[in-house]
Design a protein around this ligand. Structure first.
Ligand code: MG
Length: 232
């Protein structure tokens, strides 16, 4: 039986050591003339489209928001590559490569992305980490300001390719309450990672199906889920 494992990126697979934030800040300053708009903003769990649109609204730009957003996105992507290259404290979370290797070798696992990153940003970050090749497809933060639209799109893609399915076979893996909620919005299995941007105390009240702080435990949880789903 096939399971669809959809991974978040920032705070789950990698930590860019501020490289994403720096690129966004510079793009904002250049395009809106005010990098200070980012002060006190949290990016965790938000889509890039939401981050960019929020900041444009904060800057007071009303009409022409879409054009401005496109301009900022393009500049952000141009800046992100060099910003990643220069980030000394970029890191991949512990045990991610061997976990992805193990899951990808297990028959019946389809490994994909569900991330707030713009598609090109996601690719830059994961290529930098040497992880991009594990993911066969993805749903990205270009399409909506609402993360739950991303999970609905993922379900639509999966059912379009495979027919109707029990939504618990879709597994959302991420480090924030927004990841849990977007999974719950489609009835998916949710797995929260508590060593990313949000701590267990914040994640637990949202009611994830599983909470992990060590990715060595993920393959076992996935195997157990497959067994439970196959039980008569
Ligand atoms: Mg995250």
């Amino acid at each position: 039986m096939k399971l669809y494992l959809l991974f978040d990126i920032d705070g789950t697979l990698v930590n860019t050591g501020g490289a994403g934030l720096r690129a966004m800040k510079t793009a904002m300053t250049e395009c809106l003339g005010d990098g200070g708009l980012l002060e006190g903003c949290s990016f965790a769990g938000k889509t890039d489209r939401q981050i960019i649109h929020d900041l444009i609204r904060r800057s007071g730009v009303g009409p022409g928001l879409e054009g401005k957003a496109r301009q900022i996105s393009t500049r952000y992507i141009q800046l992100l590559g060099p910003s990643l290259e220069g980030a000394d404290n970029f890191f991949v979370y512990p045990h991610i490569p061997e976990m992805l290797e193990q899951l990808s070798k297990t028959p019946g696992n389809e490994i994909a992305l569900l991330t707030g990153n713009l598609e090109r940003g996601a690719r830059l970050k994961l290529e930098h980490a040497g992880l991009w090749h594990y993911f066969s497809w993805g749903v990205y933060g270009d399409i909506s300001e609402d993360r739950s639209d991303l999970s609905r799109e993922a379900r639509r893609i999966i059912t379009a390719n495979n027919g109707p399915l029990d939504p618990r076979r879709i597994v959302i893996i991420g480090d924030t309450v927004s990841d849990i909620r977007c999974g719950q919005a489609i009835g998916a299995t949710t797995i929260a990672y508590s060593a990313g941007f949000e701590p267990a105390e914040k994640l637990l009240p949202a009611g994830p199906d599983h909470l992990i702080d060590d990715f060595r435990n993920l393959p076992g949880i996935i195997a157990q889920l497959r067994e439970n789903m196959q039980a008569p």
